[in-house]
Design a protein around this ligand. Structure first.
Ligand SMILES: Cc1cc2nc3c(=O)[nH]c(=O)nc-3n(C[C@H](O)[C@H](O)[C@H](O)COP(=O)(O)OP(=O)(O)OC[C@H]3O[C@@H](n4cnc5c(N)ncnc54)[C@H](O)[C@@H]3O)c2cc1C
Length: 406
């Protein structure tokens, strides 16, 4: 069997599905190959983890016509409060100072995924192949020929551009032997929803503790999404605690700023690693999302960064198509790679530096980082830089990230 597309996306996680939406709405013929079924609540990557969407990501979804479906299922963040447990340092970011309605929004990966699936199912230009696998591919001067396996049958698929959105273990990246920098953090993120005794007032808390950072993100109905990073060797014990003992541990780590925690939801654990690929493009091929950068969730930046990859790649591809150029040509892909390099490096370095700086128990270093946080809080230009980075507004923004349609 044979099929064809303008763009073949391998991986229908949040980033791959977002790209399929952006390109499909702009009229390109898109095929998505995803290992898991694309039915609501069946894709394991669309799980209960909460994603802090930066304000820039809200604009991207808005320009893609998805925000109306999402807006009543998310919780706005009005303040971000960062503190160092047991030390004096803290800093705050407030929506009034930034002149925005919200610094960001909290949505579950399930809500985001289901909204994307619903949209993809309406787009005639998008073909969803799931459950399906990429078996192999070869590149010639004017096309990529991919062998896919779907429903027990092997298909030959011809496309102008192959996009690897296949996550941290990207088989596409590995086949091309693209070099990576990787580090196992030896840490595991444990997530659960908890109910605080006091109103959260739309504050997102990031609290650094000696065993790792702990974030509490505001959710609807006065619940909070907990993302608690622990040393991996402690994770099994914490995962098996009774709810009351688990909540007592969280309370002891976070303190009483939100009153007494009650009702812990289901817990999930994610081992954490850093991955940065040295190249984000190859012949007729682009890498996006976790396939090119997998980050520690400490600052809630991984998906936001991937969505900016989507915004930039879809813009260069659509512009090439409108100009009558080959969308997989080296010059088009170089435009994408050059555009994304600085943002990808900046956010990966920022995130990794946070992990390193806040893992230091050595008192002079703890003092220096706390002084740094206070300086950040008191110095308007530094705070503006921090705000732009956190809200996903640093650097030259693609049209979608400015809220403009493709
Ligand atoms: C605990 C935690 C909290 C987080 N919080 C935030 C946050 O607050 N804000 C934020 O911005 N980010 C956050 N992130 C990061 C965010 O979840 C990821 O960056 C994002 O989900 C990556 O999406 P992706 O589509 O690139 O990759 P993935 O989700 O890994 O998707 C890859 C897809 O490819 C498919 N696939 C792989 N190989 C093949 C193949 N050969 N053939 C077919 N299909 C294939 C897989 O089935 C999968 O569906 C968090 C991460 C964690 C772990």
């Amino acid at each position: 069997m044979q099929s064809e597309s303008d763009v073949l996306i391998v991986g229908g996680g949040l980033v791959g599905a977002s790209l399929a939406c952006a390109l499909g709405q702009a009229g390109l013929r898109v095929a998505v190959v995803e290992a898991f079924p694309f039915r609501v609540n069946q894709q394991p990557n669309y799980d209960e983890r909460s994603i802090a969407l930066a304000q820039g990501s809200q604009r991207i979804f808005s320009a893609m016509g998805l925000w109306d479906s999402l807006s009543d299922q998310v919780c706005p963040i009005h303040t971000i409060h960062v503190s160092d447990r047991g030390h004096f340092g803290f800093t705050r970011l407030q929506r009034e100072q930034e002149g925005v309605a919200a610094l960001g929004y909290v949505a579950s990966a399930r809500v985001l995924g289901n909204t994307l699936i619903a949209k993809l199912n309406q787009l005639a230009a998008v073909e969803l192949l799931a459950p399906a696998q990429l078996l192999d591919f070869s590149v010639t001067a004017d096309a990529v020929t991919a062998q896919l396996e779907a429903d027990g049958r092997v298909l030959q698929h011809r496309t102008r551009l192959l996009v690897a959105a296949d996550g941290v273990q990207s088989a596409v990246r590995e086949k091309l032997a693209i070099a990576t920098h990787q580090r196992d953090y030896g840490q595991t993120a444990i997530i659960a929803n908890v109910t605080p005794g006091l109103p959260h007032r739309n504050v997102a808390y990031e609290r650094f503790t000696d065993s790792g950072p702990l974030a509490l993100l505001p959710m609807q109905e006065n619940r909070c999404a907990l993302v608690w990073t622990v040393h991996s060797e402690q994770a099994d014990e914490i995962m098996t605690l009774e709810d009351s003992a688990f909540l007592a541990r969280v309370q002891q780590r976070f303190g009483w700023r939100l009153g007494r925690f009650s009702k812990a939801g289901e817990r999930h654990a994610y081992p954490l690693q850093l991955l940065r690929a040295e190249q984000s493009v190859h012949e007729r091929l682009a890498l996006i999302g976790n396939a090119v950068h997998t980050l520690h969730p400490i600052a809630g930046q991984g998906f936001n960064l991937g969505l900016r990859d989507v915004a930039a790649l879809s813009e260069v591809v659509i512009d090439a198509r409108r100009a009558g150029d080959d969308i997989g040509a080296p010059a088009v892909l170089a435009r994408y790679a050059d555009w994304r390099r600085a943002d990808q490096r900046r956010v990966a370095t920022f995130t990794d530096s946070l992990v390193r700086i806040f893992s230091q128990p050595f008192p002079p270093l703890a003092w220096a980082r706390d002084a740094g946080m206070l300086a950040l809080d008191l110095c308007p230009p530094a705070k503006r830089w921090f705000g732009r980075l956190t809200m996903g507004r640093a650097g030259r923004l693609p049209r979608l990230a400015r809220g403009v349609e493709l």
